[in-house]
Design a protein around this ligand. Sequence first.
Ligand code: BDR
Ligand code: CA
Length: 303
Amino acid sequence: MTVIDTDPGIDDAIGILLAFASPNFTIAGITTVAGNIGIETTTRNASRLLAFAGREDIPVVRGAAAPLSRVGPEPLNLHGTDGIGGVALPHPVRLPDDRQAVKWLADFLMEQPAGIVDVLALGPLTNLARLVLEQPEAARRIGRIIAMGGAIHEHGNVGPRSEFNLWADPEAAAVVVASGLPLVLIPLDVTRRVRATREFVEALSASGKPMPAKVANLIESYFEGEANRESRPLHDPCVMLYALSPQLFRIEELRLSVDTGNGELAGALTISPEGTPVQVALGVDGPAALDLLARHLTTIEAS
Ligand code: BDR
Ligand code: CA
């Protein structure tokens, strides 16, 4: 059983649609967090994605509007003023759940047998850190956290060694990493190797089905303003792809800690003997991962 914690976000949206398309996921709920854009917009985007997929049976639960203890980042222009590159999605009918994400997550985890709920984390780790700090018993019942975040041997995307999701709330990332909860980290080292080309987008569009066509629109919007680029990295969908097919990834256990300073290393990961053991994806078969994404998007019955 799966909960998606997310800040949609173009690549979040692609990952969420992949999870809807694949029969391998049972999605129990979507919790939202501020990150790529403010909390009202990320929450609304999650609801719009559910409406598009005809899955408004799944609850959307609003989460943290700001990092644990610092001022939130300005929205990234990369995802447009609506967070999803202006791609058309229906208006949601169902309102977000009344509860706050941490409360909803804690209630849900306590209702389920321990160890069966995986959390796929696609944004800053604020909700999960608050769960660890405020509801430790519930947090211990999580099966695995699979989180897109960090840069190990690669340069960062917001600082020399910092990746956006960890940089947006370094204190939260530090809490989650140090918690010792089962954590698989999917850093830029692999997400930059799962790249959508224009040919890939055309093939999705050519399928003539609504789900892959919408994903094609989302990737096209990712190309906007990046006209010279031949391909775009699909960061967040790598979390779903890892959950679907871990054998496509090369995993190493590293002992990690998160820089919580205010300098240019905020959110950067350090490997040291004092760090907490984390399973980290350091390699991926990029073409096979893309192929898996396309297959799951295009073979779904309902699309
Ligand atoms: C991460 O940052 C966000 O902009 C993306 O949605 C992804 O989760 C990549 O660094
Ligand atoms: Ca994201």
